[in-house]
Design a protein around this ligand. Structure first.
Ligand SMILES: O=C[C@H](O)COP(=O)(O)O
Length: 244
């Protein structure tokens, strides 16, 4: 699998920001890694016009129906998306999403031929209590549906306490977690688990990207704040392209 770098614009971006994507597309016309920008539903079809791969930030588990304000996976695909994030910690906390719902959303995304970037991560309290791996294994077991393959699914490890804070785990901690995730996925999914891409997310920026991308079982990143401006995101993409 090619490495993957995904930006997550979260609840940011209007038409005035599309120039950042046009710049990014010009800066990386023939990337050696997969570049995906996950953006607000209001912008997706216009984001897709840049030629970059585009993703939704969430989807409903149903394909259509009476769910005011929600967006389905087929709608994302119709807008030009090839990817979607499920299970982001902000969805889990802001909207009370549990692992069963995330698994249902993931299956809905697969049914619409979207590649899923499924997020897991521990809270600061769980980290401090030494529960990180217990939490992550439980999230993997209950939010990743049976039948996940490397072609349909990417896992993003995002420690909640590292998101938007400027804090990150140490490189050794990231390496240990990713190694444990790889072992757990391989035990369940065999070769697909061994090949499934594992992204790190949480305060990734140009100054720490190369160190993170040098770690075993880190196949890319999910980037929030630093994905909003081409000047910030481009060097992170380049760091992934240059990683061994
Ligand atoms: O989805 C992205 C993550 O929540 C990371 O956000 P951040 O790079 O702003 O810390």
């Amino acid at each position: 699998m090619r490495k993957l770098i995904a930006g997550n614009w979260k609840m940011n971006g209007t038409a005035a920001d599309l120039g950042e994507l046009r710049t990014l597309a010009q800066q990386h016309p023939d990337p050696s890694v997969d570049i995906v920008i996950c953006g607000p539903a209001t912008l997706l079809s216009r984001m897709a016009e840049t030629g970059l791969m585009i993703g939704g930030e969430d989807c409903h588990p149903a394909a259509s129906g009476a769910h005011t304000g929600d967006i389905s996976a087929p709608m994302l695909a119709d807008a030009g998306a090839s990817h979607v994030i499920t299970g982001h910690s902000e969805r889990r906390s802001d909207h009370g999403e549990d692992d069963a719902l995330i698994a249902a959303k993931t299956q809905a995304a697969w049914a619409a031929d979207l590649h899923v970037i499924l997020c897991i991560g521990e809270s600061e309290a769980q980290y401090r209590a030494g529960k990180t791996l217990d939490v992550l294994r439980r999230q993997l077991d209950h939010s990743v549906p049976d039948g996940a393959t490397a072609a349909t699914t990417t896992i993003a490890y995002e420690p909640i306490w590292a998101i938007g804070t400027g804090l990150t785990p140490t490189p050794q901690e990231i390496a240990d977690v990713h190694s444990a995730l790889r072992a757990h996925l391989t035990a369940r999914f065999g070769e697909d688990g061994a090949q499934m891409r594992l992204l790190y997310g949480g305060s990734v920026k140009a100054s720490n990207a190369a160190d993170i991308f040098a770690l075993d079982h880190v196949d890319g990143a999910l980037v929030g704040g630093a994905s909003l401006k081409a000047a910030d995101f481009s060097p992170i993409i380049t760091a992934l392209e240059q990683a061994r």
